[in-house]
Design a protein around this ligand. Sequence first.
Ligand code: 13P
Ligand code: SF4
Length: 335
Amino acid sequence: MSAEIDLATRNLKRRGYLDLDVDPTLDLAEEINRLKKERNAVILAHYYQESEIQDIADYIGDSLGLSQQAASTDADIIVFAGVHFMAETAKMLSPQKKVLLPDLKAGCSLADSCPAPVFAKFKEKYPDHIVVSYINCTAELKTLTDICCTSTNARHVIDSIPLDQPIIFAPDVNLGRWLIKETGRDMVLWNGSCMVHEIFSHEKITKLKIAHPNAALIAHPECEAHILDMADHVGSTSSLLRFTRESPHSEYIVATEPGIIHQMELAAPDKVFYPAPPNNTCACNECPHMKRNTMEKLYLCMKYEMPEITLPEWVIEKGVKSIDRMLEISARAGL
Ligand code: 13P
Ligand code: SF4
């Protein structure tokens, strides 16, 4: 091992993520593209990533699309420009591949809101229920889950379950409430939430709507009910993107993480997009976890092939069943 890699490894072990200085004169996009070819790596990026990361990715998508790509890629290395639970999902779907996450600390407040040991106790109270978990949860929680879902296929997953079969839905209470409304199914909900989608201000969105009366309000189902109730369209990130491309509106108020506006602007350059304002003056509608990934960290992680996602074998074997069931239901629905 070279001295440079040895230093990187020690840094990684000490701090949990790569923390090396990058030569500021490097053309990072060029370097990343070179490493991609050299390593036979694929970069999968979520819509909430910085636009420069989206621009260099091989695939940009929502949680379902990213899982489908992770399951089918023939690359040797999957570089996940997203958050920890997404990279874990990729590892579970392609355990033989090396899965890298540019910053191991890129977590998720929603996944954190449902610790597996506490959920296991909660589940004991409902022995005849099956568990549907939003994919935004830890690998360990997936081992306690019967079927995963994303916001794109959640309705199809719930509709695939016999009407007399009671359901626990975890961990997002807002998505759960929205699904109860949409499907008419009563479900036991875990009380978790996403820090980004709970920050939108009803009052400030109302003022923005008054200032732009022709703008359509579009919202992700992780938002609270009082925001969803006033929205013209509710859907996953890919659904919101499709709506802005296909609907006749020329202006949109976007109630989800504003990283997706990059793809909306690329797809419809003549349209105008306003990020929905948070209920304070900070940029709290940006996901601090997603935004931990930078071009520098992406470059370093591809150069040193770390930080790598590893999972115990039993977690992969048990947890992947819930993701496989989700992918089967999605394929049957043509998603
Ligand atoms: P989707 O892209 O699947 O809609 O998920 C949004 C999200 O919060 C991912 O963390
Ligand atoms: Fe998690 Fe919310 Fe960030 Fe998505 S936007 S990664 S749900 S904290």
